[in-house]
Design a protein around this ligand. Sequence first.
Ligand code: ATP
Length: 293
Amino acid sequence: MESVTKKAHAKINLHLDINGVMQNGFHSVINVMQSVSLCDTVTLVRRDDTDITVKCNVAGVPDGRQNLAVRALIAYCETRGISIGADIIIDKQIPMQAGLAGGSADAAAVLLAVNELCSSPLDMSELCKLGGMLGADIPFCIVGGTALAEGKGDILHDFPSMPDCVLVVACGGEGVSTPMAFSMLDEIYNGFVSDVLYTPHSISALKSAMSENDIIATAKSLYNIFEQPILSIRPVASNLRRIMLSSGAVGAMMSGSGPSVFGIFTSEEKAFTACATIKKIGVEPHMCRPIRR
Ligand code: ATP
């Protein structure tokens, strides 16, 4: 049976801020995203009929159309006016509801896989456009590497690559819904959506650090507007950040709207120390590296 296997890489956010409100009322973000080697593996096995099934090694991953990977296959077929039945097999390693874009990565992997099965594939920009209709992070997951994202997070610009380093990623508790994360910001900044009250953080220090391939300066320039409010309600995530720094991380930050935290290390030894301490508090750490496009 015809099949294609793709790696679905998690992302971390090196910078995440709000820079205004779009015409539709949603906040527009300014966001530096980085793919990491932590990944799910997604296999698309073509079926003789037109059914679509999902099999996953982890309980709690949604079935049927609830699964973003299934929606991606359906959307691809509808756009192309074709019908393809497939079993989607997901080996899930990316913590769920963690701000690491696991579902978006799986959907991106399915789009890339089904596109490979087609005799007249879509080009990358068409594939990203289709992905963007399904979820804001999907275009980035399709292209991968490092990018500056704006708008909903789906308008991508080139950005210097992250210097090589060792990363430890760990999830600190229950997921935080995006609406809840935004309402916490509203409380803190007293209606921060007004441009008068809120000035976004500059990304120029991060950009220079990454252009100069300087990992220490990169680690010192991380920013996430959601970090402070979310860590205040997720003590495990806050503790993870402390553990990473006291184990020798040169920087540590929450990813997305959390509650996963990543630490940047310049040696595997220090990263192993952090992992050992994280395990002691009952959390599973993931050691990985940034990856390029
Ligand atoms: P993001 O960083 O894009 O906000 P996330 O990493 O916080 O995403 P996901 O792991 O993508 O969160 O899961 C968010 C929700 O998406 C889950 O609650 C789950 O029900 C749903 N979901 C749909 N498809 C998938 C999938 N293939 N893998 C994981 N979750 C999925």
